[in-house]
Design a protein around this ligand. Structure first.
Ligand code: KMT
Ligand code: NI
Length: 174
């Protein structure tokens, strides 16, 4: 895992876009993001999942040859959105980037590779892209089925209760 400020330069979303300004783990914690490095440790993933009451999971292989409508899906993942529930992503093979919004509404880019597990809080704005290798195999864990739906950022998400609760947590320091 590596986190840094996104450079905001035009160009392919799959490029690193590394501004060379690192983001420390403590800042990710303040956004409510939890990271664990669990190389080849499914029991470790299972333990976190059951501890946090996760009921569902799937495995997604994001590559042009295995994912139907690859280009469209990748575009969709990169559309800024939130979820009404916390979500866990565990990288099984390959790598990719999650961009999450900072307090000042800037993008923090989080590079995840095999063995990285990330827990993102409900209500945080984010987006995802594969890297130039075009290959990410990931386990997606979610608590409840319907809440897994991505809600694209817009007028409605600004007043979403899960968004409001997230901001209270992030800015209230609780
Ligand atoms: C998300 O929440 O944006 C995703 O799950 C993207 C695909 S999983 C690596
Ligand atoms: Ni998402």
């Amino acid at each position: 895992m590596k986190a840094y400020w996104f450079d905001n330069l035009p160009g392919d979303q799959r490029l690193p876009h590394d501004s060379s300004r690192p983001v420390p783990p403590s800042y990710l914690s303040s956004l409510g993001i939890i990271h664990h490095y669990l190389p080849s440790d499914l029991p470790g993933v299972d333990a976190i999942a059951s501890e946090r009451n996760y009921k569902n999971r799937d495995t997604i292989e994001i590559s042009p040859t295995t994912l139907p409508n690859y280009e469209e899906k990748v575009k969709g993942f990169f559309h800024e959105h939130l979820h009404e529930d916390e979500e866990i992503r565990y990288i099984l093979e390959g790598g990719g980037y999650f961009d999450v919004r900072s307090e000042g509404d800037e993008w923090v880019r989080i590079r995840l590779e095999k063995g990285d597990l990330m827990i993102m809080p409900a209500g945080i704005y984010h987006r995802f892209t594969t890297d130039e290798e075009n290959y990410t195999k990931a386990m997606r864990l979610f608590k409840e089925d319907p809440k897994w739906t991505p809600l694209n950022r817009g007028k409605e998400t600004e007043t979403n209760d899960f968004r409001k609760d997230y901001l209270k947590m992030r800015d209230g320091g609780t």
